[in-house]
Structure formats: C-alpha cells, structure tokens
Design a protein around this ligand. Sequence first.
Ligand SMILES: Cc1cc2nc3c(=O)[nH]c(=O)nc-3n(C[C@H](O)[C@H](O)[C@H](O)COP(=O)(O)OP(=O)(O)OC[C@H]3O[C@@H](n4cnc5c(N)ncnc54)[C@H](O)[C@@H]3O)c2cc1C
Length: 390
Amino acid sequence: MMLGFLLARAGVEVVVLEKHKDFLRDFRGDTIHPSTLELMHELGLLDEFLKRPHQELKQLAGQIGGDRIPLADFSHLPTKCKFLAFMPQWDFLDFLAMHGKQYPTFHLLMETEVIDLIEEGVSVVGVKATAAGDQLEIRASLTVGADGRHSIVRERAGLKVEVLGAPIDVLWFRINRNSSDPGQVLGRFSRGKIMVMLDRGDYWQCGFVIAKGTFEALQQRGFEPFHQDILDIAPFLRDRVSELRDWKEIKLLTVAVDRLLTWYRPGLLCIGDASHAMSPVGGVGINLAIQDAVATANLLTAKLSKGSVTPSDLQQVQKRRLLPTRLTQRAQVFIQQRVLGRALGRAQQTSAPWFLRIFKSLPILQRIPAYLVGIGVRPEHIRTVDVFTH
Ligand SMILES: Cc1cc2nc3c(=O)[nH]c(=O)nc-3n(C[C@H](O)[C@H](O)[C@H](O)COP(=O)(O)OP(=O)(O)OC[C@H]3O[C@@H](n4cnc5c(N)ncnc54)[C@H](O)[C@@H]3O)c2cc1C
C-alpha cells in the first residue's frame, strides 16, 4: 500500500490488489514507528495522521516476574515524533488507501486475490487474479510481491528461500481492559510464560507466546489451565479471564523468519515479509516493510515513469535493503533463542538476563534499542515528489 501510494503520487500508474474485502482483520502488530511517522511528516500528512485514535509510547519495558525492566527510551531520537504510535493496522492502511485514491494513477482492487503470475520467457509480465468468482489478468511493467509471509508471488516466481527458523508461534486474542489495569509493557514474562499486551483502549490485544506446534496440545488441556497460564503472567485479569471460553476467539499467528536469496526476477520484485518474513521480536517487521517500500519508490520511480526497469535496477533495491534486513533478522533470531526460547516452559521464576538488566542500571543504554526499533538500520527518506501538486 505504501509503495502503491508513493508511486501513484509520483505519477506512475499503479494497481494494488488486496485479497480481503477490508483491512479489518487481525494483523500482526499495531506499531507505527518513529521512522514511519517521520515519513508521514516528510509527506506532509503527519498532523492528519495523528488525529486518528492511537496511543503514544515514549518508553518500552518488559515485565519479568515482578521486575519491570525498561528496554527502550525513544525520547532522544532525532525524529519529529519521539514515541512509538500504537494504531491498529487497518486504520493505517485505510489512511494510506484514502490518500492514494486522491491520485488518478492509484487503483485499489479489494477482494482481488493473486493466484498466479503471467510469464513471457524468463520475464514476469503481470498477475492472474480472482475477484468475485471471475478471473482477471493484470499486466504490468513491474509486479511487486508485497503479499506477506505466505507470499504466493514469491512461491510462483520460484525464488529460493533461506529459512532462519522461529521456535515460537503466537496466540492472538482480546480481553477487556479496565482503567485501573497497569500500564502497557512490551512483554510480560512469568514462570515460563510470555505474553505481549497491546492497550487498545477498552480492550487488551494479547499475544500469548507458545512453542511452535504446541497449540493443539494446549487446546486439549482445556480452558482452565490456559486461564491459569494467563493469570500467572497478568494476575490483574482474574475477574475477566473466563471471558475466553471459545477457541474460535483465539487465533494462531504463525511466526517465521526467512529471507529470499534473490528478491527479484526480470519484471518482478518482492519486498516486506514476502522477501524477508520477520519475527514479532522487537516489533520491527512493519518498519522494515515500509522502509523497503520507500527505498523501492526512491530507486525505481524515474525508471518506471519512462517505462520499464531492468534486473540490475531491481538488484539495487535488494542491495540497499539487504544489510538492514540481515542485521535485524540476526538480532531477532538471537533474542528468540537466547531469551524467548530459554524462558518458555521454565516453571521456576526466571530473572532477566544480564544484558537486559543492564538497561535498568545504565538508562543511557536504552537509547540503543530505541534507535534500532524506532528508526532501524539505514533509514529511508522520501525522495519522490507529488507530481500532481508540483
Ligand atoms: C505474531 C506476530 C506479531 C507481530 N507483531 C509486530 C509488531 O508489533 N510490529 C511490527 O513492526 N511487526 C510485527 N510483526 C511482523 C509484521 O507483521 C510483518 O513484518 C509486516 O506485517 C510485514 O508487512 P507486509 O506488508 O510485508 O506483509 P503483511 O502485513 O502480511 O501484508 C500482506 C498483505 O497482502 C495481502 N495478500 C496476501 N496474499 C495475497 C494475495 N494472494 N492476493 C492479494 N493480496 C494478498 C494480505 O491480505 C495483506 O493485506 C509481527 C509478526 C508476527 C508473526
């Protein structure tokens, strides 16, 4: 959506296909990073964007047993917004779609699902899709797979994937929130259990971490032990935990960390999770996907305006985005193994590892994770223009 918006704004004809009928679904994560807010500022959209309901977090912390460990302090970032905004992704996507639609070059097709690629020789020249039971073909000088971790585009393109591994999955559900509940922390760890709780006003959006492949066994244990697991982490939910009594209310979000060896083929490029699926660790995958979109627009707009892009143009995008992706995924895999993997299932009370406790004793160090989460490696800036106002 971000790439579609940027290209359309720069005068390139774009068709964005979304298989669902709206964005009102359980997306993975609600974080709008300071770097994304900076991009909104550069686009002149920040004030309007921040009028949408959201929460602003200046500091991220983790609750490990009874210990609150501050992890990231955004208040020193060199950005206009020195906070992480929590906003449901459907609001963010609606906002981008609404602004995209102001350009005659932007075409959004909802409920239109890509089912295959159209190929001519070695080149990809478009996609086949279904919409309301009908099949359609869309031809394009560049097809961009931005269809997430289960990307059909990358699969059909036969691009090779390097799997980096994820020992966890996440159960996603809501529990009512009381105004007297404690404030939001990034994650709660207690007696071998881990849960993320996002404050969405009148409810908590919870992400309960489980070892990969164990959801069925957890369901077989029944609801009562699951309620107890939640209470071990968040005892203040005692009066409400029994609201959860139907497994249909609990969605399994699969976690994957992988990366394409080559992100492109003639006529085709993959970005975001389609080229590098991100773990929820650190809440940075959305940031990387947005940064990929901005880098792609910066590098390809002029060429697309003239007609087509060559594989070496597409290679430039991978070259630009590979380092941030590689470093971020390496950090995620490290934390998955060294923190989450070790903490999961350890019944005895765990204390924070030394490299987390150090953030409490030396608060200045919180600026490092704040930079990595809030801005990331090699941040992008808007280099394309709005041709309709220039
Ligand atoms: C449990 C979990 C929690 C996470 N929490 C966070 C977090 O808090 N913060 C964060 O920054 N990152 C988080 N992440 C990572 C983040 O979700 C991803 O990195 C990010 O969403 C990638 O964005 P994307 O646009 O590439 O893909 P997606 O957000 O997956 O979007 C892909 C889009 O393509 C559409 N689509 C898919 N297939 C087709 C098709 N065939 N035809 C048409 N449309 C299609 C989908 O409907 C969807 O709208 C989390 C990941 C997991 C697993």
